[in-house]
Design a protein around this ligand. Sequence first.
Ligand SMILES: Cc1cc2nc3c(=O)[nH]c(=O)nc-3n(C[C@H](O)[C@H](O)[C@H](O)COP(=O)(O)OP(=O)(O)OC[C@H]3O[C@@H](n4cnc5c(N)ncnc54)[C@H](O)[C@@H]3O)c2cc1C
Length: 459
Amino acid sequence: MAEKTHAIVIGASIAGLAAARALADRVDRVTVLERDALADDEIVRPNVPQAHHTHVLLAAGHRALEAAFPGLTAELEAQGAMGSRASRTFWFQDGAPFTIPDEAVPGVAASRPLLESTLRRRLLADHPNVTLLDRTAATALTLEDGRVTGVRTRDAQHRADLVVACTGRGTRLLDSLREHGFPTAEESTVRIDVAYATQEFRRDSADMDTTTAVVLDDPAGSHRAGALLAIAPDRWIVTLSAQHGDPAPTDAQEFLDFAHALPSPVIAQVLDRSEPLGPVHSYRLPTGRRRHVERLASVPAGFVALGDAICSFNPLYGQGMSSAALQAVALGEAIDAHGVAAPGLPHEVYTRASAVLDAPWAMAVTADFADPRAAGDKPRGTDVFNRYLTLVVRACHTSPQVALQFFAVQNLLAPPQSLMALRTMARVLRAAPRSPAGRARRAEASTREAEHSHEPMRH
Ligand SMILES: Cc1cc2nc3c(=O)[nH]c(=O)nc-3n(C[C@H](O)[C@H](O)[C@H](O)COP(=O)(O)OP(=O)(O)OC[C@H]3O[C@@H](n4cnc5c(N)ncnc54)[C@H](O)[C@@H]3O)c2cc1C
């Protein structure tokens, strides 16, 4: 009889749950180890403090999770999550709102704890071969002859054919492999210094039709941003952010003031009529960081790391959970092609995960460098692409087709290069000059010029 296969996943956050789901179909037994205590209700647990903040699930991630957990969207909505439609989205960028067609990417908006607890419940209910041990921290990997053979916890040792570390941005497990003679991955980093502030508000279910509002200030200016999301018929979550030393608000009054100073009043108007449901939560993130595990010359058999452990983006773009879900799909495909215990599996997983990460990382870094204060590993061509993106954004003010393509890219449904396709480029070049923001700027510039030409000459 063939030996039974066992995989261990460390970390039961989004990456860990998605990876465990992919493994459940491909090995006999999956054990998930999580250091936090896990409860059924919607709580923010100590080691995932970002769960206080708005978590947008991009369409590609939504589709991947729905495919892995059929009926997930309906289940989330049954617990109060909101179906989101483009026609109910207000998106304000570069001085004017976008014209958004209704066919643009429908989605689901939920609190991060609700999404995570629902995924966890579904994983355990649908897959009896998955066991979850909470309050169980992995303290070390065990290795024999260059292969990871399992995980040590405080009072036990667990053997496995494959260990998948989904231990988040601060993980030390990858670096611990250095002690066993394995190289550490090169990193790309971008200094972003993002400060987040989030507060929830009571929502009147009859309150405006718009369920999502995003307001972005010029990255070369204040680079402040606000996002308002209905995560239940009676709950708004609102996140305000600033970058590079500009402080985000820390109390309720500052929160209101900051919202009022955004370039569109839409979010502030909602806050003015809504009762706060809790305190302002803060979060700071110094860098976007990608570990290039795909470039490693040697990696131990029996071990891979996924999710924020290998790539943690500027959270403003909402890419982390979706990338994690897509990396889990890549994990499953690599196992199908090579087998769970194959020595070449980790390299294959990293190659596929890297292909998943390339587009969101490129998009995040491009957007980060639109702010002249950003510093770090800047890919060639970033400034040129950013200049073109300015035109794309202006075109979105009047062209629903360009906005549709913009959202497809942003939701990881189409590659960033698709914005350069001839048809789209032609639309961008036609529509950008019609942008009310562009017109307003040109009018302002010509007024300044006229004033200047009427100024008396000084000698
Ligand atoms: C402020 C903020 C806002 C964000 N907004 C969005 C958004 O809008 N959309 C989006 O898609 N993403 C967003 N993200 C990113 C998102 O939170 C992550 O990408 C997502 O949680 C997936 O991360 P992960 O599962 O890899 O790691 P984490 O979520 O960091 O989870 C790691 C898990 O591993 C556990 N763990 C760690 N070490 C051990 C150990 N030794 N033993 C056992 N368990 C261990 C931890 O307790 C934790 O449960 C945001 C992030 C931040 C910081």
